[in-house]
Design a protein around this ligand. Structure first.
Ligand code: WT7
Length: 627
C-alpha cells in the first residue's frame, strides 16, 4: 500500500468546550461494545412504542434480522404527533425555500394536520396496510407529507428521484407493484419550471394496474389529464385533519428505495420500521450533536436515502427544525446556499463532497460575502471527501471553528455507520474515523470494508429478490456484510474509505485507489476537482489516466500535476496522462461515472449515458481530448 503523506499531515482534536457539551460521551464506545443489544435498546427507548418489544434482536433468520421483535409503533406518530402532544406544536418543523424565492413555514402542528389529511385521502383512494405507493415529487413539503402519510397508514412508499426518466420510473412502479403514484405538475430547478407529470403519464400509460395519480400543483404548468388523475389540493384539502393512527409491528415494511449501482437492474432495498427509526434518530442526535434551537439543513433530495434518513425520519423523530430547499445551488446566483444559511441561521449543514468541490471551484469570494457565523457543525456524505476539500470546508465555510463529521453509510445500511462523534472523536481530514457505538466494522485482508455485527437499520432484503440479497452482500464473507467499498485502517485504527471496489486500479501489480490519486490532484492549487481511471495499458496492465477541472482561473500544467502526484504518493501512482476538462460526467446522485471516462481513456465508443445528469458533458470531454 502507498504511504499516504497527504492524509497524515493534519489532525484535529475535539474542541474542549464542544466536548463538554456533546450529546454523546467518550464512554459510549465502551458501553456499546460491552453490550451492543442493551445499547440499541436504550436508543430505541427514545421513541414512542405502543407495545414494548419482547426481544431486542432475533438473528436466527440471518441475514434477515428482526429488531425489537413484538414491539409496535407508528413512525409518523413518532415523527410528528408526539412532538405536538409534548407541547411543541408551534415549533417550526420545516423552513421550506422554493427556488423562485417563495417560502413556507410549517410547524409541527401544521405537519400533523397535513399528514393526517393526506393519510385520510390515501385511505379514501383504497390504499391500505402493506400497499405500495410511488412518490415522484420535487423538493416540496408535500414530499415529506406524502412519505409520512404512507408511514402513518402502514403503506410502504417508494420514492423515485424527480430527475429519473419515465422509463426508470415505470420500472420502479412495476417492480414495487405500486397502485397509486403521487407526483406534481413540475418543480423549479436552475431557474426554470421543469415538468414532472409528462414522465408519469408516459410511465403509467403501459401500467393499467396503477389506479390513481395524485398531482400536487406546484408550477401551474399545463398538463394532460386522464381519468386516473386527481388534484392533491382537491382530494387532500377536503379531508379531516383527524386521523386515528394504528401501531404497526417493528418489522413492518416502511419503504423500498431503489439503488442503481454500477451494474444490473436497480435493487429495491427494503427497510422496516422500528430498527430503522431507532438508528436514524440516534445517529441524527449523536453525530450532529443536535441541541434545542438548532437549525439543521440536509441538502440531499428526498429521492435518495440521505433525504429519507436525514431530512425526514431522523430529524423529525428528534423534533428538529430544518431547512428544505427546492432548487440548485447556483440559482439565481452561486451564493444561494450561503444566503439561505444566513437568513435562517442554519447551525448544522450536511452536504456532499461533490457540492463542496463545486463551491471550491467557484471561489472563496462567494461564501465570504455572507454571514455564516450561525454554523457550528458540518457534515459530509456520499463519497470519500478529499483532504483538500475537507480543509476548505472547515476553513472557508466553517470558519475553522466547526467540527466536520465525514459520515460513511449506504442505502443498504439505512443510517450512518462510520463517523466521528463531534466533541469526542479526534478527526483526520479524509478519514471517516471509526464505527459508531453499537456498530462493528473490519477491513479484510483483501482490503474490503465489512460489517461484522447486525445493526438496527440494516436492509431486510431486496424487494422480490432475496437470492440477490444473499449473493450481493452476504456470500463473499459468510456471516459478514460485504459493503462493496475498498478501505484501509491506519495505525490509529482509523478507517479510510477508498471508493467502490471497482474503483481500485491495478498498476504494475500494485493496488492503487482512484480516491487517493484524486485527493493528491485536488491538493494541487490549480485543481478543483479530479477523476481518475485505470485504462488498459500494454505495459503496466492498467495505467492511471486523470481528468481534472481547473480551480478558478488557474491553468493546470500536465507535467507539473504528474510530478505532484508522484511526490505525494510515490512514482508508481504517477498518472500516464492528465487531461484538463471543463466538467466531469456525474450520475444524478453526484457520483462520478468513471466507466464513461474509462471509455474515453481507452478510446472506445461511449457506453450507456442515460443516468448522466447532463449528457453533453461527454461531448465536451471527448472534443477537448481529440480537438
Ligand atoms: C456508497 C453508498 C450514504 C448516503 C449516500 C449514498 C459511498 C457514502 C461515504 C463517505 C466514503 C462514502 C460508498 C458507499 N460513500 N458516504 N463518507 N466516505 N464513501 O448512498 O447511493 O447507497 O451509496 O457511497 O462508496 O458504498 P448510496
Amino acid at each position: 500500500m502507498l504511504a499516504n503523506l497527504l492524509q497524515e499531515e493534519r489532525r484535529f482534536a475535539p474542541a474542549p468546550d464542544f466536548a463538554a457539551n456533546a450529546n454523546v460521551k467518550q464512554d459510549a464506545y465502551a458501553r456499546a461494545e460491552a453490550d451492543p443489544e442493551g445499547f440499541w435498546a436504550e436508543q430505541a427507548a427514545r421513541l414512542h412504542w405502543d407495545t414494548p418489544w419482547n426481544a431486542v434482536l432475533d438473528w436466527s433468520g440471518a441475514p434477515v434480522a428482526r429488531w425489537f421483535d413484538g414491539g409496535r409503533l407508528n413512525a409518523a406518530v413518532n415523527c410528528v404527533d408526539r412532538h405536538v402532544a409534548a407541547g411543541h406544536g408551534d415549533r417550526v418543523a420545516i423552513h421550506w425555500v422554493g427556488e423562485p424565492g417563495d417560502s413556507r413555514t410549517i410547524t409541527y402542528r401544521d405537519l400533523r394536520d397535513q399528514v393526517s389529511r393526506a393519510a385520510n385521502a390515501l385511505v379514501e383512494l383504497g390504499v391500505g396496510k402493506g400497499d405500495r405507493v410511488a412518490i415522484y415529487l420535487p423538493m416540496i413539503p408535500e414530499a415529506v407529507i406524502a412519505m409520512l402519510a404512507c408511514a402513518r397508514i402502514g403503506a410502504p412508499h417508494t420514492v423515485v428521484f424527480g430527475g429519473f426518466s419515465a422509463e426508470a420510473l415505470a420500472g420502479r412502479i412495476q417492480d414495487a407493484g405500486a397502485r397509486v403514484v403521487i407526483t406534481a405538475d413540475g418543480g423549479y430547478r436552475k431557474g426554470a419550471a421543469h415538468a414532472l407529470k409528462p414522465a408519469v403519464d408516459a410511465a403509467v400509460a403501459g401500467l393499467p394496474e396503477v389506479r390513481h395519480v395524485l398531482v400536487v400543483r406546484r408550477t401551474g404548468q399545463e398538463t394532460a389529464w386522464t381519468e386516473r388523475d386527481l388534484w392533491w389540493h382537491e382530494v387532500v384539502d377536503a379531508q379531516s385533519a383527524e386521523h386515528e393512527p394504528e401501531a404497526f409491528d417493528a418489522e413492518h415494511p416502511l419503504f423500498i428505495l431503489y439503488t442503481s449501482g454500477t451494474t444490473g437492474k436497480p435493487k429495491g432495498i427494503l427497510h422496516t420500521t422500528g430498527g430503522y427509526l431507532t438508528q436514524t434518530a440516534y445517529t441524527h442526535h449523536a453525530v450532529f450533536d443536535l441541541k434545542d434551537g438548532d437549525v439543521f439543513w440536509c441538502t440531499a433530495d428526498v429521492g435518495w436515502v440521505t433525504g429519507h434518513s436525514y431530512l425526514v425520519y431522523g430529524p423529525l423523530a428528534n423534533g428538529a427544525t430544518q431547512v428544505m430547499y427546492e432548487g440548485t445551488p447556483d440559482s439565481p446566483h452561486q451564493g444561494r446556499w450561503w444566503e439561505i444559511i444566513e437568513k435562517y441561521g442554519v447551525t448544522i449543514l450536511y452536504a456532499a463532497p461533490t457540492a463542496i468541490r463545486m463551491f471550491m471551484k467557484w471561489g472563496d469570494d462567494i461564501p465570504k460575502k455572507y454571514d455564516l457565523s450561525s454554523l457550528r457543525l458540518l457534515g459530509s456524505v456520499g463519497e470519500p471527501i478529499n483532504p483538500e476539500a475537507w480543509m476548505w470546508y472547515r476553513g472557508t465555510i466553517g470558519g475553522d471553528r466547526c467540527p466536520i463529521v465525514d459520515t460513511w453509510w449506504q442505502t443498504e445500511t439505512g443510517a450512518i455507520m462510520v463517523s466521528p462523534l463531534p466533541g469526542v472523536t479526534a478527526t483526520k481530514p479524509g478519514s471517516a474515523t471509526r464505527p459508531l457505538p453499537g456498530v462493528a466494522a473490519d477491513v479484510t485482508e483483501s482490503g474490503y470494508l465489512v460489517l461484522t455485527r447486525p445493526w438496527p437499520s440494516m436492509a431486510r432484503g431486496i424487494w422480490g429478490d432475496m437470492e440477490r440479497f444473499h449473493e450481493t452482500y452476504w456470500s463473499r464473507f459468510p456471516g459478514r456484510y460485504f459493503a462493496g467499498d475498498g478501505a484501509r485502517r491506519d495505525e490509529d485504527g482509523y478507517l479510510w474509505l477508498l471508493g467502490r471496489v471497482d474503483d481500485v486500479m491495478l498498476v504494475s501489480g500494485h493496488n492503487i485507489s482512484t480516491t487517493e490519486v484524486e485527493s493528491a490532484l485536488v491538493s494541487h492549487p490549480a485543481v478543483a476537482e479530479a477523476a481518475v481511471v485505470g485504462a488498459a495499458d500494454p505495459v503496466t496492465g492498467q495505467a492511471i489516466v486523470a481528468f481534472v477541472i481547473p480551480r478558478g482561473d488557474a491553468v493546470p500544467e500536465e507535467q507539473e500535476l504528474r510530478a505532484h502526484v508522484a511526490r505525494a504518493l510515490g512514482a508508481i501512482a504517477r498518472p500516464r496522462q492528465v487531461l484538463v476538462v471543463p466538467e466531469l460526467p456525474k450520475t444524478r446522485s453526484g457520483k462520478i461515472m468513471r466507466r464513461l471516462l474509462k471509455d474515453v481513456a481507452e478510446d472506445r465508443a461511449l457506453g450507456d449515458v442515460t443516468t448522466l445528469t447532463d449528457s453533453t458533458v461527454m461531448d465536451l470531454i471527448s472534443k477537448g481530448l481529440r480537438g
